[in-house]
Design a protein around this ligand. Sequence first.
Ligand code: ZN
Length: 203
Amino acid sequence: MTSSPHTSKLSFPSTQEPRCLEGKDETRTTVPRHSPSTHPDPRVRGDDNFDLKQRVLEILSHVPDPEIPCVSVVDLGIVREVHENTLYITPTYTGCPATLAIERDIRKSLDAAGFAEMTIETALSPPWTTDWISDEGREKLRAYGIAPPPRGAARYSLREDAAQCPRCGSMHTEEISRFGSTPCKALCRCLDCREPFDRFKCH
Ligand SMILES: [Zn+2]
């Protein structure tokens, strides 16, 4: 694995280095709980971190997801927090093959925008769920032909209701395969317009 000097190693539980398991390094995989930007109303005047966060979000809103390029890493909710010159990201699910590509693309965009000193940390807690996909992201998925997961669906991941056809809007659909073009999507078919489509699986 290659990484730039400013990019920390991804810290999946199974590949963590011993030093990452020490108590003082727990923050490496956890978004800081008391950072100014997690305040209930972060838009208080003089919150420099809020301005920094907005600039970073704007930059990263142009970084597409490598597997679903119609949505950005911000749309998907992968970008979690910016605090003290550290960007926290959470993979859509541990072991997602796109994770390394996502971190590399984010690094490249930050460098190009003058944020070469910003470090990237992977936060695994709390885990990402499909509820983190923004409303804008859901609309982009639908327009792209992928049925977005309904809000709150993460709680019902084991008993998904029928997906809504992204083309004709029909609920008269069936799942053909649990795995579509990528592991995070299922292949479905509309029984009205007869078109097959991908559904973003809930988790
Ligand atoms: Zn249809």
